[in-house]
Design a protein around this ligand. Structure first.
Ligand code: IVH
Length: 692
């Protein structure tokens, strides 16, 4: 991007400006700051300290404040968002944003290569292989050297305008010397990522604020792009790799730049323009055999990278062949993703802890010798139930293979019996509750052992934790640790106690300053006004998840109406089957539960359904369920789209379901739905079409 002479000149200017702040020329200062942003964020080799950068940046702000008419659109100061976006406008892409076909092994790649050769009509193809960045995809449009728009992928045809947020990412230049290459308009694609280090720091900040941490950098990056306040985006240290030119318009009379004839050339052009393209990470390989070898070698190196990748993307290098091969409605025929396997590691199963949940279910949790797997240290994994332990023949002292499936929840894949020394022990499931000593019971059709003592301490604490949790009453600043502490101190013995806490006593406890007590008081008071479905969900009735709670609440005027519904009536609600109806009926016929609800009412909690007007839209009366990973939409957005059009979201597959929307890696729900003829199974793209 910058040649030697330019670097020298800009460094001399930097020194000058730092030594003589009174002699700064605004236009040159802008160039200097842009240069240092590039060095820091794109080239990863900063030439000045953060402190020096800040000094120069402050100079820029004061010079611009003195002469506002001299502020340019691409000034580094214009990255800072000064307005809060309340809603993101939907804008069309110049070219549809397609997805990629996936491959998982060598035969898949050989097959792709065969089809490519047939389509191209040549016997050997040259590929450009680059990382598949695990983040959120974006599209950027530059016109006459300036960034004019940035948007999310959306449904592939149109996305959300997130220009203000994208401007916070320092490795994305606000202006680029396009005219130098004879280009007037350019649409490019890339991935916004959060590095592993930025992700760890971000989660640490969330932990400190007692906010739930995020599962992976991908979610963090995608969530950050949708922040309402651009300033918050700026704090999250996002980065972006730009890997594709999807559309360009040449200046009349200009000739096609040589670099645009190959994909690798376009990466070089992007790099020259100032983007962080995978210019150094890519590899040009002739023939699929070499690609396969490269994939195998690279997969073992993924953990050495400072950011997450979930595979490699193999692209035909010759752009003329892109034209010739074209695309399906879903993906181009000139590229394929090679997805990495779930990460695995081996460790020792040291002991088992039996944890009692809020419904009394006892879950065996494997305590492992800590092992690093994909940058995360794993020392504890749920083994679900007794059957799971028996099926996998897991024993204390065993060497086990563990896996982070989908990079989120770790699982034990298997034990390695050949490594047993003879002193491994069979895992004995306890006969009594590890907390209250009551005899454990198991219903015939269930896999779990349960403590059925309603006064079991563990269950009471877990019920309170569930009650305050994010999807239930959402009482922020409480936190599991505080609940356990208050319970041990006798300050909180049941759910209603939340609303009569002795704050005077709490403010004498270590770690409870004035501010944190005030936050807690405010959050508790605010929870009294939560909508009815939240309270219904917070009660922790077995089988009543958030979605079921929403459906049931929509049929009520008052929570205690549920005392009068028969099991049959309950079953007539969408999403409520025999099991759920029985559980709700049983709950509302237990006098102590009614007493609890009445107590909550007298403490001022809302028990009334306030929004009973059903939305009338083109999906009225239709039931939807999403399964697998959606690639275009966030699941919560997709669900909201259904509800906004009058449809309902069900939590499971039943004959009441009208549409099952299937994302990537769909599993048992899809299999179950295939057996019910009335359910229409559709893809995410079909869904987008349907709602439009
Ligand atoms: S090329 C028309 N290259 O993977 C093809 N995509 O699973 C455009 N991705 O939607 C995509 N790294 O968000 C391409 N080096 C890379 C990529 C990449 C990550 C994402 C992208 C795409 C998704 C498909």
């Amino acid at each position: 991007m910058y040649n030697k002479d330019q670097i020298l000149a800009l460094q001399t200017l930097t020194k000058d400006f730092l030594q003589n702040p009174h002699n700064i020329e605004l236009a040159k200062l802008r160039d200097v700051l842009k240069f240092h942003e590039y060095q820091y964020y794109v080239a990863s080799s900063p030439l000045i300290s953060d402190y020096e950068y800040d000094l120069l940046y402050q100079q820029l702000l004061s010079l611009e404040a003195a002469s506002p008419s001299l502020v340019t659109k691409d000034s580094p100061s214009q990255r800072v968002g000064n307005s809060l976006n309340t809603n993101f406008e939907t804008v069309p892409h110049l070219v549809p944003m397609l997805s990629l076909e996936n491959s998982y092994n060598a035969p898949d790649l050989v097959d792709f290569d065969r089809k490519a050769q047939e389509g191209a009509g040549i016997p050997k193809i040259t590929y450009c292989v680059e990382p598949k960045f695990d983040g959120a995809s974006i599209s950027l449009i530059y016109e006459n050297d300036h960034l004019i728009r940035a948007c999310t992928r959306g449904d592939g045809i149109a996305g959300d305008d997130i220009t203000q947020n994208i401007k916070q990412i320092k490795s994305i230049p606000l202006s680029i010397p396009l005219s130098k290459y004879g280009i007037q308009q350019l649409e490019i694609r890339g991935e916004v990522i959060m590095s592993k280090a930025a992700f760890a720091a971000f989660n640490d900040r969330l932990k400190a604020k007692q906010i739930a941490t995020l599962a992976n950098p991908r979610n963090a990056a995608a969530g950050s792009l949708r922040m309402k306040d651009p300033k918050e985006v700026a704090e999250r240290n996002l980065d972006a790799f730009i890997y594709n030119i999807s559309f360009f318009n040449l200046i009349p009379g200009a000739v096609l730049p040589e670099l645009l004839k190959t994909h690798s050339g376009s990466l070089a052009l992007l790099w020259n323009l100032g983007f962080r393209s995978p210019q150094k990470e890519k590899s040009i390989i002739e023939g699929i055999e070499g690609v396969i070898e490269f994939c195998t070698v690279f997969e073992n190196k993924r953990d050495e990278l400072p950011y997450e990748i979930d595979g490699l993307v193999i692209k035909i290098n010759d752009m003329a062949l892109h034209e010739k091969l074209g695309m399906t409605s879903h993906h181009p025929r000139w590229a394929i993703a090679y997805k990495f396997k779930a990460r695995q590691a081996t460790t020792i199963l040291e002991h088992v802890e039996f944890q009692v949940g809020r419904t009394g279910a006892v879950t065996p949790v494997a305590k492992l010798q800590p092992v690093a797997i994909g940058g995360v240290t794993v020392s504890s994994i749920s083994m679900h139930n007794e059957e799971y332990i028996r099926e996998k023949d897991l024993r204390l002292g065993d060497t086990v293979i563990i896996e982070r499936a989908g990079d989120v929840i770790p699982q034990i894949v298997q034990s390695i019996p050949t490594l047993r020394k003879g002193d491994e022990k069979i895992i004995q499931f306890p006969a009594t509750c590890p907390v209250c000593n009551a005899t454990l019971e198991k219903e015939e059709i269930e896999a779990v052992w349960r403590c059925n003592n309603p006064l079991c301490t563990a269950q009471i604490v877990e019920r309170i934790i569930h009650f305050v949790s994010k999807d239930a009453m959402d009482i922020k600043s409480f936190g599991d640790a505080n609940i356990r502490k208050f319970y041990e101190l006798g300050l909180l013995k049941s759910i209603p106690d939340i609303y009569t806490l002795d704050f005077e006593k709490i403010s004498t406890l270590e770690g409870f300053g004035k501010k944190s007590v005030e936050n807690l008081i405010t959050a508790i008071a605010a929870s009294k006004k939560q909508p009815l479905y939240r309270l219904l969900y917070a009660l922790g009735i077995r089988f009543v998840g958030e979605t079921t709670a929403k459906t049931v609440a929509s049929h009520l005027n008052h929570l205690l109406d549920l005392k009068d519904f028969s099991e049959e009536q309950l079953q007539s609600f969408e999403d409520v089957g025999v099991k759920v109806a029985k559980s709700i009926f049983h709950f509302f016929h237990e006098p102590q539960n009614i007493q609890l609800i009445q107590q909550l009412a007298s403490l001022g909690l809302n028990l009334i359904q306030t929004n009973t007007t059903a939305v009338d839209g083109n999906l009225s009366g239709l039931n939807f369920l999403f399964t697998g990973t959606l690639t275009q939409l966030k699941r919560s957005d997709a669900e909201a789209m259904v509800e906004a059009r009058g449809g309902h979201i069900l939590s499971g597959v039943s004959s009441k379901l009208n549409y099952l929307v299937v994302g990537e890696d769909a599993g048992s729900k899809l299999e179950k739905a295939k057996k019910i003829a009335s359910i229409r199974i559709i893809t995410e793209a079909d869904f987008v079409e349907l709602i439009n």
